[in-house]
Design a protein around this ligand. Structure first.
Ligand SMILES: *[C@@H]1O[C@H](CO)[C@@H](O)[C@H](O)[C@H]1NC(C)=O
Ligand SMILES: *[C@@H]1O[C@H](CO)[C@@H](O)[C@H](O)[C@H]1NC(C)=O
Ligand SMILES: *[C@@H]1O[C@H](CO)[C@@H](O)[C@H](O)[C@H]1NC(C)=O
Ligand SMILES: *[C@@H]1O[C@H](CO)[C@@H](O)[C@H](O)[C@H]1NC(C)=O
Length: 350
């Protein structure tokens, strides 16, 4: 008798321990990025017309897009169910904290989506939208939650020097803005292939070498390595969570989704059903995953490429900036695909 009580105690402790381990294993076993799109009339999560600060560029319906089906798809992971986004719990979780997206206009797309998702869940809560340099700051005043966007298309620095504008693959002084932020979501890719008048640099520097140009995929990888070293040197994982928004795909070539006559995404009204994109993954995904695997501090990849590849229907096409960009099959309409990126992000931080 004397021995059985402590024995029972340790057995139940062991059972409790196994139970906890089991739960943890279940949650981490599920890759939320493997799955398919399901038509769901309870979507979208908000009404972009009721999001007063949303940029014209993303409001496809307001810009004349006639079909609405593209707003009514929910991502269904194969091995688990997503918890529906709850803006109130999100704001409570981040009370007094800061979130920053860092990257190009795809980061702006996701940032706008998140601010609209949060605003629509607390439409009467006060907010303040301001801009300091390259940083847009959206504050939910009552919750002291800051949701920021640092526009920084390469993550590494571009510096004006005597010879011209130099893209420095080993230099990341821009990182001074990212310290002390509670949750960071980085992204860079789309600008690495720019050439001609919209390429914002004249030379590219690697170590002491100044080049006129180089293999862009190699340059991308070097910049990601520099960024990874910044993460290892500057991030305190007990304070900051780091994410990388994966490669967001474009849809300018219908051959890749078995519609060879489509030259772009105009008129695409349905996603690809199923889980496989016939055209395969953009090569940048492998480069990104390789670079992320070398980082010692925890960085979570928002592996959004596959699920977004299936959404040839999700882009503004001619219902974005209209005349200025002509055909936009790179960004995403809002409401739309980036809402799902944020819903998965929400499930990862719950
Ligand atoms: C997901 O939800 C469906 C429908 O509610 C349910 O039948 C299924 O068991 C759930 N799957 C998991 C893995 O929880
Ligand atoms: C809005 O934010 C800006 C910059 O952070 C600040 O200067 C301004 O005082 C804020 N306005 C209000 C009403 O809180
Ligand atoms: C579209 O993709 C196919 C298959 O990869 C390729 O052969 C073709 O050249 C591409 N078309 C354009 C216009 O890039
Ligand atoms: C992602 O898509 C590619 C191309 O369709 C496919 O080969 C791969 O298995 C997919 N991965 C996942 C995790 O769904």
């Amino acid at each position: 008798m004397n021995f059985s009580a402590p024995l029972l105690g340790s057995v139940s402790l062991l059972l409790l321990f196994l139970h906890v381990v089991h739960l943890t294993a279940n949650a981490s076993e599920c890759n939320m990025f493997i799955g398919r799109w399901i038509h769901d009339e309870s979507y979208p999560l908000y009404d972009s017309a009721a999001c007063p600060f949303i940029e014209h560029e993303f409001t496809c319906t307001k810009n004349g897009r006639p079909d609405l089906d593209y707003t009514k798809y929910r991502w269904q992971p194969r091995d688990c169910n997503l918890t529906r986004f709850n803006g109130l719990s999100f704001l409570e979780k981040f009370r007094g904290k800061s979130i920053m997206f860092v990257g190009d206009s795809l980061s702006r797309n996701q940032w706008q989506s998140l601010t609209c998702m949060l605003h629509s869940s607390v439409p009467n809560a006060r907010y303040n939208l301001s801009r300091v340099g390259d940083v847009s700051i959206f504050t939910f005043t009552d919750y002291r939650v800051k949701v920021m966007l640092d526009r920084n298309v390469y993550l590494v620095d571009t510096v004006q020097e005597k010879i011209g504008r130099v893209l420095k693959l080993d230099s990341i002084a821009g990182g001074k803005l990212w310290k002390q932020i509670d949750m960071l979501i980085f992204n860079t890719w789309h600008w690495w292939s720019r050439r001609g008048p919209t390429q914002p640099w004249d030379f590219i520097q690697v170590g002491n070498e100044i080049l006129k140009d180089m293999d862009r995929m190699v340059a991308f990888e070097k910049a990601l390595t520099t960024w990874g070293q910044w993460v290892d040197a500057n991030i305190d994982p007990s304070k900051s969570q780091v994410f990388f928004q994966g490669i967001s795909p474009s849809h300018y070539n219908g051959t890749l989704w078995n519609e060879p006559r489509a030259k772009n995404c105009l008129g695409q009204k349905q996603p690809l059903l199923g889980s496989t994109y016939p055209g395969g993954l953009p090569p940048a995904v492998a480069v990104l995953k390789g670079a992320l695997s070398k980082i010692k501090k925890p960085v979570t990849l928002l592996d959004i490429t596959n699920l977004s590849l299936l959404r040839k229907d999700g882009h503004p096409s001619i219902y974005g900036l209209g005349g200025r960009t002509g055909m936009d099959c790179s960004h995403w309409c809002l409401e739309g695909v980036p809402d799902t990126w944020n819903e998965i992000l929400y499930n990862l931080i719950l």
